[in-house]
Ligand binder design. Sequence first.
Ligand SMILES: Cc1ncc(COP(=O)(O)O)c(C=O)c1O
Length: 357
Amino acid sequence: MTLKFKKFFNIKYLGGLSKIKNIKNPIKLSANESALGPSLKAINAYNQTGKKLFRYPDGDSNNLISVISKVFNLNSKKVIIGNGSDEIISLVCQLFLKPNDEVIVTEYSFLMYRIYASIHGAKVVMANENDFTADVNNIVKKVTNKTKVVFLANPNNPTGTYLTKDEMLLLRKKLPSRILLVVDDAYQEFVNKKDFASGLNLFKNFENVIITRSFSKIYGLASLRLGWGYGSQRIIEALKLIKPPFNVNTAAQSAGIEALRDKSWLKKNIEHNLKWSQIFFENFIQLGIVTNIPVANFFLMHFENKLISADQVYNKFIKNKIILRKMKNYNLPNCLRVTIGNSDENRKFINTLKNIF
Ligand SMILES: Cc1ncc(COP(=O)(O)O)c(C=O)c1O
């Protein structure tokens, strides 16, 4: 007898590689993680929780919610904490989607939106991008009476591009109000553009928008799995009813609180990223490598105009102990994504790039 189970989107999410066979201590620039690691205060808080390992965590993450509400000036009843922002995306799909519903994502959007949507039987509808940037009209054109949710990361991973504040507001205005817009703010802390505003700043009082935030990127807590969502009280209460009772462990809650409080660490990370993203960009221009303008903590490098393929470039970097991210899963086979690392790692990346081109 063969046991039957649900059939859904047939792609496994593959994170950035950390290891290369036979190479000790490679430089990992493949997963958009923090360049400088977490705040020492967050690490101390994490260490303190060792004594409490036998206790269940606070299932409501009350202390963390209260610090988030204070730091971002939010209504604490509209915050939900997740096991990574990834869990919030999953819970949203669980709450809103049933078979034959439609979900709109952009052509090169973060893969988890389509994976979770298809797990719930929804049809994933792709809106074309324009020069590797989401396009409001193309998204709106894909709306049908079956559309339930639109997912958009701003800035987007892996393209490294963003929609302006005006475009985001226009998108919400043009989408029927019955459609939920999920704005993924995972990389917003890195952005330093006058025409940009985070999803939280734009939509915190909207009934039909959910914003997701991550502690995995600028806060450097990727391994603890911590993220949060913000939306209408009605939706957040419903999400809390379906979430696993102890979804976020004590260490993550404690470290998250201290990471948020350590404003000088955040500032240092932002400055490091601004400095190095500019240096990366100047080198890309000099070497004729097509890429996005500096926005988040990573770049998508395109090699269509080069005599050497993305795979060949990848292998040359591997020989130099540097791991980049292949983009085949995103249907960008001739691209590689690189994350900004610490200063030493960045110098090695740039030297290798110069040697190749
Ligand atoms: C756009 C985007 N959203 C969400 C995530 C997931 O973040 P988390 O670690 O908080 O689950 C990522 C991670 O790469 C991402 O790139």
